[in-house]
Design a protein around this ligand. Structure first.
Ligand code: BYC
Length: 474
């Protein structure tokens, strides 16, 4: 029975009546020590004994759902929460749109659903692993707290997916849940499933770009899954979206604060040399945007995908805000996209259902463009002449129809040799990473911020910027 209140005292906090299902409860309690071992080995390195001002979900009501307090990360209450439903759930898209949603996994969709859930689940531990060392070079206690908040919530999202695997997929699901803790970000032998989650995220510019661009893919994928005809998946992803908003805020404002500070340093240095003033120059910021935006574009899968067509047709995965579309079958419609033929880009029409990854990618890009406009307004207001931009969706792709061709950031087809010669101007380089690590020294004094980033406009939950968000000396 799903309720709005969360039993925080249970061994595994939940609102799904776990204690009524002894077998499932036992299975999850068996998974718990493996999870804690993974968190210990691969979660934030050190700081386990430091109280962090964390938000914990205490209810699934839309208002007052979270509680804020200083908590040591190992004491954070990871749990399983599903949004309750009052009305009967319906399949929202595809051939069976309007029929009753499934409360159990239909046999014919079992493999596809398992694949979707495992792919989603796999991203959660991966991102925590990627961010493991960042606490050691945090630009402030405020930022450090935000990092740890993101980390514990990704851990909770993993719990949400593991619950689905254990409850609905029997033995296979339990095996998949075990494997989630065995893959390692960037490990050539046991990498995580999707490309972006095996890229290094060694400094805070990448962290902010990751939470801006890669977590934002999470928002759109979760929103598409919240339209699923498999009702437990729809309800759990709906709740995950509530937490996800803060992760996106961390990324968007983090990038915005760096941009603001760089514009200040540009003015302070007599030659406008941001690096000489200890900051992050705009070319480097642009290369970082190019890098993480394009890896994140890959996360939407191929432009022309029979998987995507099947997911939509069977009602397993909808579009972003499916309820805002007038019709939910997308039959007979087409989507126009440029494809490479005979060494040229030519527009082709493909069946809309096969282009569903592209439809979702469009919604994502529109959202990213909004953030870019905001950052450029900051630059304009600061009197800087620089403007940042998103590269073309064809640039630097590893998945889909553009992956086997070379494009410049404007989306023009170029020779491989030209691409290779310019790569260092377009994408983050090892020298960039070295420079960033050289300026990123930890700032642990309450209210102080590293020279390369502006303070936030406001603190967390009404607290001032100088609040002791992480108590390092307790
Ligand atoms: N890297 O038909 P295709 C988040 C594989 S992020 C490597 O083009 P499809 C978060 C694909 O698996 C959101 N492989 O694509 C963010 C397939 O392999 P198989 C995560 C890739 O299936 C930050 C083959 O290429 N959620 O939550 O239409 C922090 C051809 O596939 C990639 C989801 O992903 C890639 N980038 O779409 C924390 C939602 N892309 O089966 C968390 C669930 C594709 O031939 N997943 N491939 O071996 C899905 O809906 C779909 O699986 C995808 C791919 C959108 C990922």
């Amino acid at each position: 029975m799903v309720s709005t209140n969360v039993d925080l005292n249970a061994k595994i906090p939940n609102n799904v009546g776990l204690s009524d299902d002894v077998k499932l409860q036992r299975a999850l309690e068996t998974w718990l020590p493996s999870y804690l071992e993974w968190w210990n080995d691969m979660g934030p390195s050190d700081f386990a004994d430091k109280p962090v001002f964390l938000r914990t979900a205490v209810s699934v009501e839309s208002d007052g759902w979270a509680n804020y307090d200083h908590v040591r990360m190992p004491d954070y209450r990871w749990g399983i929460f599903l949004n309750p439903r009052e009305e009967e759930s319906l399949i929202r898209c595809g051939d069976d749109a309007g029929k009753a949603a499934w409360t159990e996994v239909p046999g014919e969709h079992r493999n596809a659903l398992r694949r979707i859930i495992v792919t989603q689940a796999d991203t959660e531990p991966a991102s925590v692993e990627q961010q493991r060392l960042l606490g050691h070079i945090a630009p402030s206690l405020y930022d450090m707290r935000n990092l740890f908040q993101v980390n514990v919530e990704e851990g909770r999202h993993l719990w949400a997916m593991v619950y689905l695997l254990h409850k609905y997929f029997g033995r296979d699901g339990r095996d998949e849940a075990d494997e989630l803790l065995q893959r390692r970000s960037g490990d050539p032998d046991k990498p995580h499933i999707l490309g972006a989650f095996n890229q290094p995220c060694d400094h805070w510019l990448s962290f902010f770009a990751f939470t801006m661009f890669t977590d934002r893919d999470g928002k759109y994928q979760l929103a598409a899954l919240s339209q699923s005809g498999f009702d437990p998946l729809a309800r759990t992803t709906e709740f995950m979206l509530t937490e996800e908003a803060h992760h996106l805020f961390v990324g968007e404002t983090g990038m915005g604060r760096i941009i603001k500070r760089s514009a200040e340093l540009e003015k302070l240095d007599p030659n406008g040399d941001i690096r000489r003033a200890g900051g992050i120059d705009f070319d480097l910021i642009q290369r970082t945007i190019n890098y993480w935006f394009t890896y994140s574009l890959d996360l939407f899968g191929g432009e022309i995908s029979s998987n995507a067509a099947d997911f939509f047709a069977t009602g397993l995965k909808g579009r972003y805000r499916e309820d805002r579309y007038e019709e939910h079958k997308a039959m007979g419609a087409t989507y126009r996209l440029p494809v490479v033929e005979d060494g040229r880009l030519i527009d082709r029409d493909v069946p809309m259902r096969n282009a569903m990854n592209e439809v979702l990618r469009d919604s994502y890009i529109t959202d990213c463009e909004r953030a870019l406009r905001k950052w450029n307004r900051t630059l304009e207001e600061s009197g800087s002449s620089t403007r940042l931009s998103l590269p073309s969706r064809r640039f630097h792709r590893h998945q889909g129809i553009y992956a086997d061709h070379s494009f410049d950031p404007q989306g023009n087809l170029v020779d491989r040799s030209r691409y290779d010669a310019n790569k260092g101007n377009w994408l983050l380089t090892p020298a960039d990473n070295d420079y960033l690590l050289s300026i990123m020294k930890p700032v642990y004094e309450p209210g102080k911020f590293a020279n390369w980033i502006a303070p936030p406009a406001r603190g967390i939950e009404g607290q001032p910027a100088e609040f002791e968000y992480v108590k390092l000396h307790d």
